[in-house]
Write a protein that binds this ligand. Structure first.
Ligand code: ATP
Length: 460
């Protein structure tokens, strides 16, 4: 069920939108203004916020960002209000919904917000077996530990489990445990009272409370520090949590799914992960195979994304030419489905003609394999590589591989890659020039067209 917050008066057209949303199964809350809307969003989780452009959409988006409340905002307004629509999109709204509302458009929006479009696409027997097992355990209440390389679809599988569970009508809440420093992660998980620490200007419910009656996915759980691991264990055992600065425990009814690309058993053996929490989470274990180990999935998933990105860019759907299919099938996909998605997205934009040809399918040589025989294949992608695996390699090779891999991850976006790497754009460009001169494949910048004969041979 999609949890929808409407900011604006429900009289007239917005009320019509609300009725359509409810008839499509959304759970609706309404706020009269941005301030009361933010207060609600702090307390409960929403999948989508619909905000009338009569209110300050830019302020709404920046408040959500400042409070790290991840929720897409769709602005809506009367048809004639084109300037307001442009302003809303510039302010960070995901889309603009013209009023009076179109029922199909609202249905599509709700579906996208609920992540329903991302039901796992599959054809390979290896993946079918994982999904069958997942559906089998979905209706139980046990915790599930989902493992797999980065980008294999662990979150997609977690949503699938939620949808097949008895909690399907409750919220699905996901939190990436690696994305926040420890102190923030703690208040994000358990919430805090007003004044619990400097900067806690208002009380806030944590993810556990937001997920009450539903499912909480703790992504990248292997990155969580031991003190928080102990708190998670207590939440699992006692079914209650303590808000930071709170007066007493709060009961929560949450099913926990955990995901990691690490080998948690090895982390336990190394003393970095609590054994008791591991056993508690690992009641059911699901391992998603790497994409290269389920080759029959490659084309169906590629076709799925080709359709989706053509539609999103207002282009007609096109098929892959035989040579493009062969190229997709022949690649090792170290970045798994995420890499395939990015590759297809780019191919849809680059392809000219009636079919998507091989020249539009840019496959990056897996950076970590460029130079080193010392790094085992399963050590890819870079995030999964322990420092020990790098021993024996030259510093400048590791640096080059890291830079190229980061750039690939950012779809060639130099600014973003430099930001992630913590270097200046100028340094990045200089290095890319060097690599290109040495014959390494440098990913194109977005919008940069490849020149024959070698699509990567571009200025950095
Ligand atoms: N079977 C699939 N069908 C359709 N889309 C998929 C499938 N598997 C993954 N995706 C898409 O690939 C991308 C990566 O998936 P997801 O975020 O679930 O991976 P992950 O394993 O959780 O990654 P990470 O380890 O980085 O957290 C997402 O955009 C997701 O929608």
């Amino acid at each position: 069920m999609t949890r929808l917050l409407i900011i604006g008066s429900l009289e007239a057209e917005l009320g019509q939108a609300a009725r359509i949303a409810v008839s499509r199964g959304a759970r609706l809350r309404q706020a009269d203004g941005v301030t009361s809307g933010i207060a609600m969003a702090r307390g409960e989780g929403f999948d989508l916020i619909l905000c009338d452009v009569l209110h300050d959409v830019a302020w709404l988006v920046s408040c959500l960002e400042a409070e790290r409340i991840a929720c897409p905002v769709v602005a809506c307004g009367r048809n004639a209000d084109a300037a307001a629509a442009v302003r809303a999109i510039q302010a960070g709204a995901k889309e603009f919904l013209p009023l009076p509302p179109d029922a199909e458009l609202i249905a599509a929006m709700l579906q996208a917000a609920a992540g329903e479009a991302d039901a796992p696409v599959h054809r390979d027997p290896a993946m079918a077996a994982v999904l069958k097992r997942a559906e089998g355990v979905a209706r139980a209440e046990a915790s599930v530990l989902i493992t797999g390389e980065s980008g294999t679809g662990k979150e997609v599988l977690a949503r699938h489990i939620h949808r097949h569970s008895r909690r399907a009508d409750g919220p699905f809440v996901a939190l990436n445990c690696a994305a926040l420093p420890e102190a923030l992660l703690e208040s994000e998980l358990f919430g805090h009272e007003k004044g619990a620490f400097s900067g806690a200007v208002a009380a806030r419910r944590g993810k556990f409370e937001q997920a009450d009656g539903g499912t909480l996915l703790l992504d990248e759980i292997g990155e969580m520090d031991p003190r928080l691991q102990a708190k998670i264990l207590r939440a699992l055992q006692e079914r209650e949590i303590d808000r930071l600065g709170g007066a007493g425990p709060v009961k929560v009814d949450v099913r926990i799914l955990a995901a990691t690309n690490r080998d948690l058993a090895a982390e336990v053996a190394a003393g970095r992960f609590r054994e008791d929490l591991f056993f508690r989470l690992n009641v059911v274990a699901l391992r998603i195979p790497a994409l290269r180990d389920r080759p029959d999935d490659i084309l169906p998933i590629a076709e799925h994304f080709a359709r989706r990105y053509a539609e999103a860019n207002g282009m007609p759907p096109r098929r892959f030419a035989p040579a493009a299919r062969a190229a997709l099938l022949g690649h090792a996909w170290p970045g798994n489905v995420r890499e395939l998605e990015n590759t297809v997205h780019r191919a849809v934009l680059l392809a000219e003609g009636d079919e998507i040809g091989a020249e539009a399918v840019e496959l990056h040589v897996p950076a970590l394999r460029l130079s080193s025989a010392a790094v085992p294949a399963e050590a890819h992608p870079a995030r999964a590589v322990g420092v020990a695996a790098l021993v024996g390699r030259r510093m400048e090779d590791v640096e080059r591989d890291l830079i190229l891999e980061t750039l690939t991850h950012c779809l060639g976006n130099r600014t973003r890659a430099a930001e992630i790497l913590g270097i200046s754009i100028r340094t990045l460009r200089n290095k890319l020039h060097e690599y290109r001169a040495a014959g390494a494949p440098v990913p194109l910048a977005p919008g940069q067209m490849p020149v024959a004969p070698f699509p990567y041979a571009q200025l950095g």
